[in-house]
Ligand binder design. Structure first.
Ligand code: DAH
Length: 346
């Protein structure tokens, strides 16, 4: 009888399948624990006829050893399984998943660089409104009433005034409006740069856009001279385009500066030899500049006998295109990631 039962248990244990901790625990409870079937059979030995006891006892020992070695086998297998060791699921030979990072827009990179260079020269940063009154965008800056830049083809007007009084509201056409706002509220010394977005009624093409960015610069104090302007922009060119760069000034005209000059930087692509970026002249134009016209100082409540100043304005798109060899303005606003990704880590 008991021998039959032992045989049954041996085959049960031989065929047992254990794939989880729960199954291992049931196996232990059933065959190994003090309340399990094997112990129960041992307890029954006393009811066996004394002459059979030895043989049955041996069978039970074999059963007990089988149960124990199976248990050890199962628990070892479970311990080495991926369930128990999740790190075994990681394939260390796989290539690293690329960590997709955003990147700064090239205009942001260049704007920050420009700001950084001027901040180190003692300039602070000022901002002004994009929707502006005629006074700040034109009149205070000495634009004559009939200046062509006031005409509809250049300026986006929001509201036009009736009659002679110029109180039009418009989208600023340059960042020079911030100069006026700054001088109106702050007495010299003023040393500030003014980055911002500007608007002009232009057809969009590779070389022109109706929305673009400028950085304005203004330095007003006692005894500010044209030499200060030259030195400041010379230093800027070296920092921005490399220490071999130099600048040249060409006479120009702006209503708000007298004298006025266009600033060219030596072509850092061909090093002055001539290429298609500099149109084979060896120079590229980067800014307009000049000594602040005394009329502008007066318009802003600053004594033009006591103070002088210089100002400049540069296009951020232009400098970015030169720096990175970009040949189409529209790329800046199309948000094509194939373009933008090229500035990762720049
Ligand atoms: N406002 C001019 C423009 O948009 C740029 C400029 C020229 C700014 C000369 C200045 C300056 O401050 O002095 O074309």
């Amino acid at each position: 009888m008991i021998t039959e039962r032992v045989k049954e248990l041996v085959s049960e244990i031989d065929n047992a399948v254990v794939t989880s901790k729960e199954q291992l625990e049931s196996f232990r409870l059933k065959y190994i624990s003090k309340k399990g079937v094997v112990t129960e059979l041992f307890d029954n030995l006393k009811n066996i006829a004394p002459e059979d006891r030895r043989a049955v006892g041996q069978e039970l020992n074999t059963l007990k050893n089988l149960a124990q070695s199976k248990f050890q086998e199962f628990s070892a297998a479970l311990e080495n399984s991926a369930d128990a060791n999740p790190e075994m699921l990681i394939d260390l030979t796989l290539p690293v998943t690329p960590n997709l990072q955003g990147s700064l827009h090239p205009l942001t990179i260049v704007r920050r660089r420009i700001i950084e260079i001027f901040e180190r020269m003692g300039f602070n940063v000022s901002y002004g409104p994009e929707i502006e009154k005629d006074w700040y965008n034109f009149s205070a800056l000495n634009f004559a009433d009939n200046h062509p830049a006031r005409e509809m083809q250049d300026t986006f007007f929001i509201s036009k005034s009736e009659g002679d009084v110029k109180d039009d509201v418009l989208l600023r056409t340059h960042t020079s409006n911030v100069q006026v706002r700054l001088m109106e509220r702050q007495k010299p010394p003023i040393r500030s740069i003014m980055p911002g977005r500007v608007f002009r009624n232009e057809a969009i093409s590779a070389r022109a856009h109706c929305v673009f960015h400028q950085v304005e610069g203004l330095y007003v104090d006692k005894n500010v001279s044209f030499k200060d302007l030259k030195d400041t922009l010379y230093h800027f060119a070296k920092e921005m385009f490399g220490k071999d760069s130099t600048i040249r000034l060409r006479p120009s005209y702006f209503p708000f500066t007298e004298p006025s000059a266009e600033i060219d930087v030596s072509c850092f692509i061909c090093k002055g030899k001539g290429c298609n970026v500099c149109k084979y002249t060896g120079w590229v134009e980067i800014a307009g500049s000049g000594m602040v016209d005394p009329n502008v100082l007066t318009n802003c409540g600053i004594d033009s006998e006591e103070y002088t100043g210089f100002a400049f304005g540069m296009g951020i798109e232009r400098i970015t295109m030169l720096r990175y060899g970009i040949n189409d303005l529209r790329l800046f606003t199309e948000n094509d990631v194939r373009f933008l990704r090229q500035f990762e880590g720049a």
